[in-house]
Design a binder for this molecule. Structure first.
Ligand code: ATP
Ligand code: MG
Length: 424
């Protein structure tokens, strides 16, 4: 019978890959903490209605990408395709929004039924941040500074570029929408099938088309920026001024509309040219309107989500030296050495909490244990054979320097001896 395999687009992260994940996760957590963000942990499954109401019925996610199923009691549930909706649902449910300011982050898997390819999977991890209660452009700008700092910390600053746009308010967008529909109607014979459908449902998304034949048409379309009122323009300009003042480069991309319906004013993406068409590593913006849309009082919200797999693909190109192997390997031979060796290993772990020590638990001849010790990458083997036990000693042998002879150290001196070693 064939072995059962993982679901297409859902990947295992194998032990050789986890150090890089942990490296990224640690730096992200540290940077978020340095801006005063707190973690929130949320369920992976929510009511389907939540995503329909927040993400919007006529978006790619809700139309064709969600993993939706009926619970045993008949409720329609969905594996979360993103974190914003669930985070807001939780904060509304627990009364965290009224007259309060929050900076939150979450981390975990998201699920979208997309065509799997490099940088695009059906289960993928996002670090997301959401802030509530702040109207001023300061927070939009601070979020960009935070991400900029993160790229620098991770060593990929030169691989990503910031793209920015403003979508204005919902009212401004409605006026623009009419102008856009009129424009596309005047050129309706040039629209592809997808765009014809979007013309009816969500015309702004036509600007997001990946079809090269539509490029000219889209380039000549009216620009949303022209339809923004004074307040929206001022908000956008304030962000640009901050970025200029700290020297963060950006491109204003007037075609950046983002896939989700809930954005207003600021939208941004950090993009790389190193991952083909899956070039967006981090994306977000302001979504003031969503809170009311989900039944809360008028409020302010800004956030972003970062795709971990795409970030990891970028980090892999750096070939960082991470997380070395075990440092000490304990070999035991003969009945008397068994308990003694285990106790020695425990004593060493107590005395040197950051020492990476592995006790051979699979047995076999001393020779075969030495082979495993060597393969483990350890710098030193500790040998407790029958002779050593009789003498109350431990053999200490360098596995990396053949010129160093084995030393025999009295059992009670091993801790002091190892503490003096300069482990790599
Ligand atoms: P794309 O245009 O690439 O489909 P999106 O606009 O659907 O991205 P968002 O919903 O804004 O993406 O999610 C934020 C980030 O999450 C993306 O920028 C990307 O890094 C990551 N992401 C989104 N979908 C996937 C996926 N299917 N596989 C891996 N990462 C993803
Ligand atoms: Mg998408």
């Amino acid at each position: 019978m064939a072995n059962i395999q993982a679901i297409r687009g859902m990947h295992d992260v194998l032990p050789e890959q986890t150090p890089l994940w942990q490296y990224a996760e640690k730096h992200i957590r540290d940077v978020l903490a340095s801006y005063g963000y707190s973690e929130i942990r949320l369920p992976i499954v929510e009511k389907t209605e939540l995503f329909k109401r927040s993400i919007g019925e006529v978006t790619d996610i809700v139309e064709k990408e969600m993993y939706t199923f009926d619970d045993r009691n008949g409720d329609s549930l969905t594996l979360r395709p993103e974190g914003t909706a669930g985070c807001l649902r939780a904060c509304l449910e627990h009364g965290l929004l009224h007259n309060q300011v929050h900076r939150l982050w979450y981390y975990g898997p998201m699920y979208r039924h997309e065509r799997p390819q490099k940088g695009r999977y059906r289960q993928f991890f996002q670090f997301g941040v959401e802030t509530y209660g702040m109207a001023s452009a300061d927070i939009d700008a601070e979020m960009l500074l935070l991400t900029d700092r993160l790229w620098t910390r991770l060593g990929i600053r030169r691989k990503v570029r910031l793209q920015l746009n403003s979508l204005g308010t919902i009212a401004e967008r409605l006026v623009y929408r009419e102008a856009l529909v009129a424009y596309f109607n005047a050129h309706i014979t040039h629209l592809d099938e997808d765009s014809l459908r979007r013309l009816q449902t969500n015309p702004l998304r036509i600007l997001d088309t990946k079809n090269p034949d539509m490029k000219d048409l889209v380039t000549n379309a009216p620009e949303l920026m022209e339809y923004l009122g004074e307040e929206s323009r001022g908000h956008f300009q304030a962000i640009l001024d901050t970025l200029d003042s700290v020297g963060i480069e950006y491109d204003i991309n007037t075609r950046l509309v983002r896939g989700l319906d809930y954005y207003s004013k600021t939208v941004f993406e950090w993009v790389t040219e190193e991952l083909g068409s899956q070039g967006t590593v981090c994306a977000g913006g302001r979504y003031d309107g969503l809170i009311e849309q989900l039944g809360g009082r008028a409020n302010h919200a800004v956030g972003f989500a970062m795709g971990m797999e795409r970030l990891l693909l970028l980090l892999e190109t750096l070939h960082l030296p991470l997380d070395g192997p075990v440092q000490v390997y304990v070999i035991r031979a003969g009945a008397a050495a068994q308990t003694l060796g285990l106790r020695l290993a425990e004593q060493l772990r107590s005395a040197m909490p950051s020492l990476k020590l592995q006790l051979d638990c699979a047995g076999g001849s001393v020779k075969s244990q030495f082979k495993k010790a060597d393969k483990s990458g350890a710098q030193y083997a500790l040998i407790l054979g029958e002779d050593e036990v009789l003498r109350g000693e431990v053999g200490v042998k360098s596995l990396r320097d053949a010129t160093q002879a084995q030393q025999n150290i009295a059992l009670q001196d091993v801790i002091v001896h190892l503490k003096a070693v300069n482990f790599l």
